[in-house]
Write a protein that binds this ligand. Structure first.
Ligand code: PLP
Length: 397
């Protein structure tokens, strides 16, 4: 067992997935065929959204979601510093400014209380954002209803970055049904809940946003008779009406996504069992485990812990680094989700500094993501937990 490397996350593929892709290769359109609308409508049925546009990846999905809201130079977008850089980069692609709201130390998500304070200050300084991108970190939904209530008086648009959270729910609502947002974005990168190789999606209930998203995905070109500026044109006629991109998913990917989506609920159930196993074996260790909240169900994209052995987080950070190394020496490849975005050199060049978001910084300094994926066995989990317990007993001695 100790010879095989255990990564922090891994995709799950079976014969049906492979057969679905092979079928498209043998019989279908490779791209721009029927699998795209089929996958989009399956994502709508699954999440409860009215419309869905699939794209090359979640990064391009976030990009066109902001453009569909007419975000551009002079506008400001807020997100959380604890996310993958794509949640912030998308604003910069549009020429907009980016700013961050500190996190809640329990859920590790964008904090509604910090948001309330920051909105008050921004109102006074005339620096209110045009849009906000809350992230459901690790698959655990953020407090989206509270965030929406705070944003409403200012007419701030909301895009949920649900790259981790397809299959999660909040107050009985599926993430993706956009009850409290304008749009929700999913990622189908292999490390996420389900995969299309690379892939992303934007869900919305707003038909005019759906129309903009479709145009932006494909060069701003339309062939829809009802939308053409010139009427009574021959069949081959098309119009470019705005400046879009080629952010199209292929039919091969959509076929894989259709097959993967059928298994998503089973994937989450497997992960829930492994999480319970982790909880029971780690409860005596000085690791802070993810919260279990009654009003929401996590999709369990990743299993985040925090080292909490010393009083002092600087000592805990050194210990986290040692624990990471100890596990790596035993072929367990953990990770940290995430290094705060505002501390990346590129963002420091934009003017962000150490100390800007203290809760996020303290969280990240002691965070460690343990392996979690469907093919992980309960023996694997027991082995990992044994290594962790051993590590802490050696320190305590
Ligand atoms: C993975 C991820 C993205 C980007 O997804 P891609 O499909 O790789 O472009 C965006 N936001 C978050 C929170 C992610 O984890």
């Amino acid at each position: 067992m100790s010879n095989t490397v255990i990564p922090y996350g891994r995709h799950q593929l079976d014969e049906d997935d492979i057969a679905g892709v092979v079928d498209v290769l043998q019989n279908g359109f490779i791209t721009q065929g029927p699998k795209i609308p089929e996958f989009e409508s399956a994502l709508c049925s699954y999440s409860g959204a009215k419309y869905c546009t699939v794209t090359t990846n979640a990064t391009s999905a976030l990009h066109i979601a902001l453009l569909a809201l007419n975000i551009g130079p002079g506008d400001t977008v807020w997100t959380t510093p604890i996310s993958f850089v794509a949640s912030a980069n998308c604003a910069l692609y549009c020429g907009a400014n980016i700013d961050f709201v500190d996190i809640d130390p329990i859920t590790r998500n964008l904090c509604a209380n910090h948001l309330a304070e920051k909105l008050k200050a921004a109102k006074q300084n005339n620096t209110l954002p045009k849009a906000i991108i809350p992230v459901h970190l690790s698959g655990l939904p953020c407090d989206i209803e509270a965030i929406a209530t705070l944003c409403k008086p200012y007419n701030i648009r909301i895009i949920e970055d649900a790259s981790h959270a397809i299959g999660a729910s909040y107050k009985q609502q599926s993430i993706g049904n956009c009850t409290w947002s304008d749009m929700t974005v999913f990622s189908f990168h292999p490390v996420k809940m389900i995969t299309t190789g690379e892939g992303g999606a934007v869900c919305t209930n707003n038909p005019s946003l759906k129309n903009s998203l479709d145009l932006l995905r494909s060069h701003g070109i339309t062939k829809e008779t009802s939308q053409l500026k010139k009427s009574a044109q021959p069949d081959f006629y098309y119009e470019q009406q705005s400046l879009g991109f080629n952010y199209r998913m292929t039919d091969l990917q959509a076929a894989l996504g259709l097959s993967q989506l059928k298994k998503l609920d089973a994937f989450i159930q497997q992960r829930e069992i492994l999480v319970e196993h982790y909880r029971s074996l780690l409860k005596e260790t000085p690791l802070i485990l993810p919260p279990a909240l009654r009003d929401r169900r996590s999709a369990w994209h990743i299993f985040i812990t925090n080292v909490n052995f010393f009083q002092n987080h600087i000592e805990n950070e050194a210990l986290r680094n040692d624990l990471y190394k100890h596990l790596k020496e035993n072929n367990i490849l953990c990770n940290v989700h995430y290094l705060p975005i505002h501390l990346q050199p590129y963002y420091q060049q934009l003017g962000f500094k150490q100390g800007d978001y203290p809760i996020a910084e303290r969280y990240a300094s002691t965070a460690l993501t343990l392996p979690l994926y469907g093919a992980l066995t309960s023996e694997n989990v027991a082995h990992i937990c044994h290594l962790i317990s051993e590590f802490f007993s050696a320190i305590a001695d």
